[in-house]
Design a protein around this ligand. Structure first.
Ligand code: CDP
Ligand code: MG
Length: 737
């Protein structure tokens, strides 16, 4: 209403007259003078009112518009300058000077080996150069990474550098998570995902360039990719291949790829002083924390990078650091702790890249991921305890476990190099000089030579590669390991007696899971519990980051966790109970429930995502979805149908012995069965720490083994074991609720 009145006013040329008229109308029959008076009386107010409104309104509008415009301009300028700054940074990387040379070389050669010091810009820059040079017009530019976290973090960085939203033109793909779209031109992915892509697209036709990055890491999947892409190069002359690596092994790669040219980009590296301990450290975790604190109080500014072997150690170190600095207050400078490991949620991963505020010092607690895959600016001090977690596999026994192992000299040197990227630095080795020179291997043994090949053999078989003994491996796996894998796949029913893929094997290969897990899911249909097994598989795929136990609420946490185990149901069913508790209609995936039960929300969400994908794959492979959550026997039978390799029986001395091979193992302290000690168990995995531990354990009945794996077990295996007398109190009968 006001508007209506105001508009004609403003437009009226003679608005004073209009006012007079209005006022006189209001004044009715009053004379002009009176009207004028009233006008005079009315006007100031009216004017004030009008101007106040109109001007204020106008100003406000103007202000808002101006402000918006200014903010927009500022933001654009800021964004532009941030963007420009990023572009300038890009031009300072060692890789940049070799941009033209690289592009020219790639025009002339189909395969190119590129080596450069870590942090030179191989991973982030080369795919961008190729994109800028027009390669993305002919197809996607792919780049593999051995590690999930690296694929995600590098893709995010490149999306920022290109100035696009992550998942659009620049994306990534890792197991159970695809962050790409039809638009994606630069795609980072784990080497395992590319291997999976071969199943759907054996000639990689949607790619114009494929870069196998971090080749020096020699992961199992990267090694298999070498053989596959070498083959592709022969019948796809249009595809370009880049093998990039830190400064190791270039000649070997070149030779393998028919003497492909090597582009060696000299790096910048500052002097790094290397310090050793005088005597071996008994407890490297405490030693690492002490060293970091010593650096913090004694050394000049510069961030610290500590190499640890896994999430558990990193969390323990974080706790210890906090404990030691608590109460010191302003006596020491601020210490920011930034952990990084594979299961860390991506928001928190970004934290390690944030610049350290003046006066503070950052301590990055990292796994091997920071050795070459990720570059963190500002690190001047490296603390290297000299260990990493590695697969170990014995083809003789078929036993596979994760073992904390001394690193190689090559690794130690890479780690030290992280301290000298932007300025001179120091590396504190928590081992003796003698250990370094005479106890450490020169190079890390390629993973293909120390891991179970079941998964890879199944994948190669589905790609139609039958003669594995003659597959073009850079370094062939031990033939016993290959034979073991074939045997295992045969026992699982994935291969027939001639070593050919069966229908079951083809279905198993569809699942991005270990063959034992894939078999479990498919077998679970016949026991009417496929939904339960999908849940259990999803929960095990999340890893060991589900339950947590805060020190100050240990009892509450234990009680909550014990509730999942009620009735000694075994760890697999406890995982199922946990998930079903969260998914219950009343709880409806609530975060609150997770807090109350001391369960990690993020892990649960990931389990839910994985579960959804498994259900999708089950539909595709025609595994019927059937549910019988209360039927614990059926669930464990289905488990045994996939995991009959992972069985153990109780011995007189209270330890366990794996059923088919003489090996002593124990129930992991995290299990719910440490006190029950059932006579026969099936386990998810072996981990070697202070002892060989079975992690995630369930009780089975030995007769089931004959039922689900008649190829593998004979009555004798079971009778011999079962007839052994056990001391009183051991091997109690199952106490199903
Ligand atoms: O692959 P390479 O080790 O040769 O280097 P890169 O990963 O491409 O990293 C090049 C530079 O990008 C590093 O030195 C970092 O300064 C920067 N970068 C970053 O700031 N944040 C990331 N997430 C990745 C790289
Ligand atoms: Mg890299």
């Amino acid at each position: 209403e006001e508007e209506e009145e105001l508009t004609p006013w403003k437009e009226q040329e003679n608005w004073e007259a209009h006012q007079v008229a209005k006022a006189s109308m209001a004044a009715g029959a009053r004379d002009k003078k009176a009207a004028k008076q009233e006008y005079e009386f009315v006007l100031p107010d009216a004017v004030e009112f009008v101007t106040a409104q109109a001007i204020a309104g106008n100003l406000e509008i103007e202000d808002r518009e101006q402000e918006e415009a200014r903010a927009k301009a500022e933001k654009a300028a800021a964004a532009k300058s941030a963007f420009e700054r990023l572009q300038e940074d890009r031009r300072t990387l060692p890789m940049y000077e070799y941009r033209e040379m690289l592009l020219e070389a790639l025009e002339q050669h189909q395969i190119l080996i590129v080596t450069a010091e870590t942090g030179s810009g191989k991973t982030t820059q080369i795919p961008q150069y190729l994109h800028e040079a027009g390669y993305s017009k002919a197809g996607r530019i792919g780049c593999t990474q051995p590690r999930r976290v690296a694929a995600m973090s590098v893709a995010a960085r490149v999306a920022t550098e290109v100035g696009v939203k992550l998942g659009h033109e620049v994306g990534y793909s890792i197991r159970f998570e695809d962050c790409t779209s039809d638009k994606t031109l630069i795609k980072y992915m784990t080497d395992g995902m590319l291997l999976r892509e071969f199943l759907g697209e054996p000639d990689l036709v949607s790619y114009s360039v494929m870069m196998i990055d971090e080749a020096h890491e020699r992961t199992l999947h990267t090694d298999v990719l070498f053989g596959l892409i070498k083959d592709i190069a022969r019948f796809r002359p249009d595809i370009k291949l880049i093998i990039s690596s830190a400064t190791l092994n270039a000649e070997k790669f070149s030779e393998f790829f028919d003497y492909a040219p090597i582009l060696n980009v000299p790096g910048r590296r500052y002097q790094v002083d290397i310090l050793y301990t005088k005597a071996p450290e008994a407890d490297y975790l405490t030693a690492a924390v002490t060293t970091a604190l010593t650096i913090h109080v004694r050394e000049p500014a510069g961030d610290i990078l500590i190499f640890l072997t896994g999430q558990e150690e990193i969390e323990a170190a974080e706790e210890l650091l906090k404990q030691r600095t608590r109460g010191l207050g302003s006596k020491i400078g601020e210490l920011l702790i930034a952990p990084i490991y594979a299961n860390l949620p991506s928001e928190q991963q970004a934290k390690i890249f944030e610049p350290t505020p003046a006066g503070a010092r950052k301590v990055v607690l990292a796994t091997n991921i920071a050795e070459t895959s990720l570059t963190i600016d500002g690190i001047k001090f490296v603390v290297d305890p000299g260990f990493c977690k590695q697969n170990a596999y014995s083809p003789r026994t078929g036993m596979e476990s994760l073992v904390v192992t001394p690193i190689s000299q090559a690794s130690a040197n890479q780690r030290a190099g992280r301290a000298g990227r932007t300025a001179p630095g120091k590396c504190f080795r928590l081992y003796t000089h003698h250990s370094f020179t005479s106890e450490m291997d020169e190079d890390t043994i390629p993973e293909i030579q120390r891991t179970n090949l079941g998964n890879v053999v199944l994948m190669l078989k589905s790609l139609g590669i039958n003669d594995l003994m003659h597959f073009d491996f850079l370094d062939p796996p031990p033939s016993e390991t290959l034979l073991r894998a074939l045997e295992q796949l045969y026992a699982l029913g994935a291969l027939n007696q001639r070593g050919e893929l069966t229908k079951l094997g083809r279905r198993m290969a569809e699942f991005p899971l270990d063959p034992m897990l894939a078999k479990t899911i498919i077998a679970s249909e016949q026991f009417q519990v496929s939904e339960e097994l999908a849940t259990i598989c999803a929960m095990t795929a999340v890893g060991n980051a589900i339950f947590y136990r805060p020190k100050d609420k240990g009892v509450e946490a234990d009680n909550a966790h014990n509730a999942f185990h009620r009735g000694n149901v075994g760890d697999h069913i406890a995982l199922l109970n946990c998930y079903n508790g969260w998914a219950d209609d009343d709880v409806n995936f609530s975060t609150q429930w997770c807090y109350q039960n001391f369960v990690q929300v993020r892990s649960m969400k990931r389990a839910r995502d994985i579960r959804e994908q498994l259900l999708g794959l089950m539909e595709r492979t025609e595994v019927q979805l059937v549910s019988d959550a209360g039927n614990h026997d059926a669930i464990r039978k289905a488990l045994a149908a996939g995991f009959f390799y992972h069985t153990a029986s109780l011995q007189r001395n209270g330890s366990y012995r794996t059923v088919k091979s003489p090996m002593t193992v124990h129930i992991h302290p995290s299990s719910g069965l440490t006190e029950t000690m059932p006579r026969w168990v099936v386990y998810h995995e072996l981990v070697l720490t202070s002892k060989e531990f079975m992690r995630t354990v369930s009780e089975i009945k030995p007769a089931w083994l004959l039922e689900v794996a008649p190829h593998y077990y004979s009555k004798k295996d079971i009778v011999d074991e079962s007839s052994k007398k056990l001391p009183k109190g051991l091997g109690k009968a199952p106490t199903e609720a």
